[in-house]
Design a binder for this molecule. Structure first.
Ligand SMILES: Cc1ncc(COP(=O)(O)O)c(C=O)c1O
Length: 403
């Protein structure tokens, strides 16, 4: 698995998102000369990344997969940031990257030659983009229906490509996926017969088990869920069908599914950056990012308000935690406000900076254009979140802007 020169080659809009006009962070990043600017100087709200903590998380996960036969395929959707993905690949133990959208896969294919698009792609326009990608890199995607398979097969034939597929199984999450066993075997047989399609195996994401707090329960339920996946993989092989990939797992189950005989790859993503939800699960990774805000109001002795609301971090997994102020808690998040309850005698003043640890990595990062990468208080780099949003809509936005 190699690294390509240009991370953005082949995307519909090769310029990083930070080049859009009218962005506060465009001005912010132009003004920020890495190495000379301190955190206290950047515009808030902003996404801050502790590079040393990120590297420790990446190294810890790579070390786990350095032994055993299972590989890691880090999920790009968690951070959508090429600089982070390149560090994950460089750390080793990886078979490639996982993506959730065609746009992410287009960005990832700029620097990674083995991409799993672990999602059902059915629209003709998107299938055509998948076929175009499959001509450039080893591209594998998920199917759970005949209709999806036929759409991909048609696009592959028209595009002169061979698209790899995994049959997606429902291993208990109740989202996409056919049932393990006969239904999966039937679809796999059909895939093996379809022109332009290369059957590569099966996947089954045990998403419902990632947040289970009790380790023993998480372990036993995950092993059980993986049995259906591994059994189906063996049924494919017994039927003479190819099944080189058996893919599953996330940050909450990487060390359970990743040690089940027959699972070949794990799709974990959040571990690199971590959020408070996963910290509660007790996985051995540390928070590596936060949202930086500025205190804009101090209306009571026990309360302050910062300028980082839920337009800068999501609250679908709960309100964020406050870093660096003992006993301070976020009591509510509004669009552009975080209301923070302060301990008695707090010396927080208007203009002070606050660091909030988000409860959910993926959707929070998707709200931002860049990471301010820090060592201590110094901004040492700025990394574009190149795959944020839906990149296919960017060209139109640019065209509509006045010259
Ligand atoms: C298909 C799929 N695989 C893997 C993951 C694992 O991601 P994480 O490690 O961030 O929980 C997810 C997360 O939503 C997913 O949807």
């Amino acid at each position: 698995m190699g690294l390509y020169e240009s991370e953005l080659s082949g995307t519909m809009n090769p310029e990083p998102r930070t080049q859009n006009r009218n962005s506060e962070h465009e001005r912010g990043t132009r003004n920020v000369e890495p190495g000379t600017v301190r955190l206290s100087d950047i515009a808030t709200p902003a996404l801050v990344l502790d590079r040393a903590a990120l590297d420790r998380n990446i190294a810890r996960m790579a070390a786990f997969f350095a032994s055993g036969s299972c590989r890691l395929r880090p999920h790009f959707k968690a951070h959508k940031t090429p600089e982070i993905a390149k560090r994950q690949l460089a750390a080793g133990s990886c078979s490639g990257l996982t993506c959730a959208t065609v746009g992410e896969a287009e960005i990832a294919a700029g620097f990674c030659d083995d991409v799993l698009l672990a999602n059902e792609i059915v629209a003709p326009e998107k299938c055509a983009r998948v076929a175009a990608l499959a001509r450039r890199v080893r591209l594998t995607t998920a199917i759970d229906s005949l209709a999806g398979l036929e759409a991909l097969s048609r696009a592959a034939r028209e595009g002169g490509a061979s698209i790899g597929v995994l049959v997606d199984l429902n291993v208990g999450q109740g989202r996409c996926g056919v049932e393990p066993g006969e239904a999966a075997l039937t679809l796999a047989r059909q895939a093996a017969l379809s022109s332009g399609i290369t059957l590569r195996g099966v996947m089954g994401y045990e998403g419902h088990l990632q947040p289970v707090r009790d380790r023993a329960e998480r372990e036993s339920r995950t092993r059980q869920a993986m049995q259906g996946l591994v059994r189906t993989a063996n049924q494919l092989r017994d039927a003479g069908l190819p099944c080189e990939i058996v893919s599953a797992g996330g940050t909450g189950t990487y060390d359970i599914s990743g040690r089940v005989d027959g699972i070949t790859e794990i799709q974990a993503g959040s571990y690199a950056l971590m959020d408070t939800d996963y910290s509660g699960v007790g996985v051995p990774f540390e928070p590596a990012f936060w949202v930086l805000g500025t205190v804009v109001s101090r209306p009571a002795r026990d309360r302050c308000v910062a300028d980082c609301g839920h337009k800068s971090m999501t609250k679908d997994h709960g309100v964020p935690a406050v870093r660096g102020i003992d006993c301070a808690t976020v009591t509510s998040l509004n669009d552009e406000h975080a209301t923070i309850s302060l301990p008695p005698g707090s010396t927080v003043e208007i203009g002070d900076r606050v660091a909030l640890l988000p409860s959910h990595v993926d959707p929070t990062i998707n709200l931002h254009d860049v990471f301010y990468v820090v060592e201590g208080q110094v901004v040492v780099d700025i990394w574009p979140i190149a795959a944020r949003g839906y990149i296919e809509h960017r060209t139109r936005t640019r065209m509509e802007e006045p010259a």
